[in-house]
Design a protein around this ligand. Sequence first.
Ligand code: 5GP
Length: 194
Amino acid sequence: MGNKKGVLVLFSGPSGVGKDTVLDIVLNKDKNLQKSISLTTRGIRENEVDGKDYYFISSDKFEDMISKGQVLEYAKYGSNFYGTPKAPIDQWLGEGKTVILKIEVQGASKIKELYPDSVSMFVLPPSMEELENRLRSRGTESEDDIQRRLDIAKSEIENSVDYDYLVINDEIGIASDNVLNIVKTLNLTENNNE
Ligand code: 5GP
């Protein structure tokens, strides 16, 4: 029990804001960070890899894992379920690692209750118009899905005041540097050096 516990970083932002791109840059530049891989019941996108972007699982398997207490938190987003597998998070934190969790707003507030020491960051778009442009240019969602994601984005952005840090993703290099600097400023990665 004498070991220093790791730190949990909650990373949220509306769909299409560029969270994954920011996160990829941050994870590439800071090898001490550990990204939690979520479970989802949604279909895999063309550019995604199972076991890297998500664990893509069936609704039956998702329910089974929930009933066995293997999911730390989960949320329904659109028509799909997303959840955080419990075991790896507890293991990494026990090893003193800094763990980043990409998570939507409801999930982040649940985790904040369970892990009050976690640090939360919210990525904002420069404007709603730009968010809509980004979602459309991604070309992965139907018109209905885009509208649903924009509606969810509005309420998520309203809730962003509850986050510890807000990062605007206007220029991707600046946004990722800001996230890296926050992590450094908090000295979060120190725990990982044996
Ligand atoms: P997407 O379908 O665009 O990959 O993700 C949709 C939303 O689900 C995003 O806001 C993302 O942050 C959220 N999400 C991803 N993984 C998890 C998770 O493990 N738990 C919760 N509650 N939300 C998640």
